[in-house]
Ligand binder design. Sequence first.
Ligand SMILES: Cc1ncc(COP(=O)(O)O)c(C=O)c1O
Length: 381
Amino acid sequence: MAIDSKLPGVGTTIFTVMSKLAADSGAINLSQGYPDFDGPARLLERVTHYLNGGFNQYAPMAGVLALREQIARKVARLYGCRADAETEVTVTAGATEAIFCAITALVRPGDEVIVFDPVYDSYEPAITLAGGVARHIPLRSPTYRPDWDRVAAAINNRTRLIVFNSPHNPTGSVWLAEDMSALAEVLGDRPIYLVADEVYEHIVFDDERHESVLRYPDLYRRALVVSSFGKTYHVTGWKIGYCVAPAALTTELRKVHQFVTFVANTPVQMGLADYMAACPEYVDGLPAFYQRKRDLFLNLLRGSRFVGTPSAGTYFQMLDYSELSNERDVDLTRRLTVEHGIAAIPVSVFYATPPELRVVRFCFAKDDDTLARAAEILCRL
Ligand SMILES: Cc1ncc(COP(=O)(O)O)c(C=O)c1O
């Protein structure tokens, strides 16, 4: 029977496509955003402890309270946000679930939602399924931060929500304090909500600080702030994240969450709660950990025909290849994978209307040895 698809324009995500092509070609995979090293041994030990200790049934719908308390402690310590663990913190099956539930809870048929291109690909399908319309505003190259005049011009009385991501995948850009003020200014008293995708909150470089929405009470009162334990603790396969939002918004989020997954898995939540309590300072070491990898990767590529400004955050590095080829990024990444054994992500696929760009995204969350082997190939091109 023919299906009248609700998402006719949606295919398989580029991450799945490139990772499969990398696996089929035996290529080094610098495409999809996950580390090729493991999470902290003590965290793995705590999760194993609960898995073997019989903690294998449903957790409370909003998440294990001990973990929600640790999240509340963390956001208080880092951002000065006094979120209530009972009413403002929800544990989800990855940031993806939190984003989907937040958009589903807020967007009504006909609502407009502002997103910034290049845009992480999970937002628009959720907006479309809720009956909303995404308004795409391109980030301004080469800094890849918003053009606030364009944002102000795009806002109208159908605008319900702005979804944004900083530190930003795929560009590695980071919003500054001036962006947060500009955001507050364009919002004014309008009834517009925010979904802040902050999954790379702990990966900001060069001594800059992460401008979390949680630092700004005037923004937080209208926001759902999303993060990912997968990104922070090198355990993306666990699919565990959370959302911090004022109580009224959290109530709406949970109405959806309880019927999408109901809960995230129990032993991982218990293990994370223990680990966060024992090692709260773990996150403070992440910028240096990933900055060293960023610098190593860029140094190894000196003399190659790939050039780029060092990422300000995330574990991605965008590189311009126009000295190497005039091909479209989709064609180049396919050829690099199949013919040269190295996979990257084309950036044009994250645009509603792709500009003339000759850049690809590499993930440097890899062992030094993997980065060295990858750079050797890239330098030969
Ligand atoms: C910007 C962004 N948001 C959300 C996610 C999803 O995070 P999770 O794996 O916790 O669902 C990712 C993962 O790559 C991401 O890059």
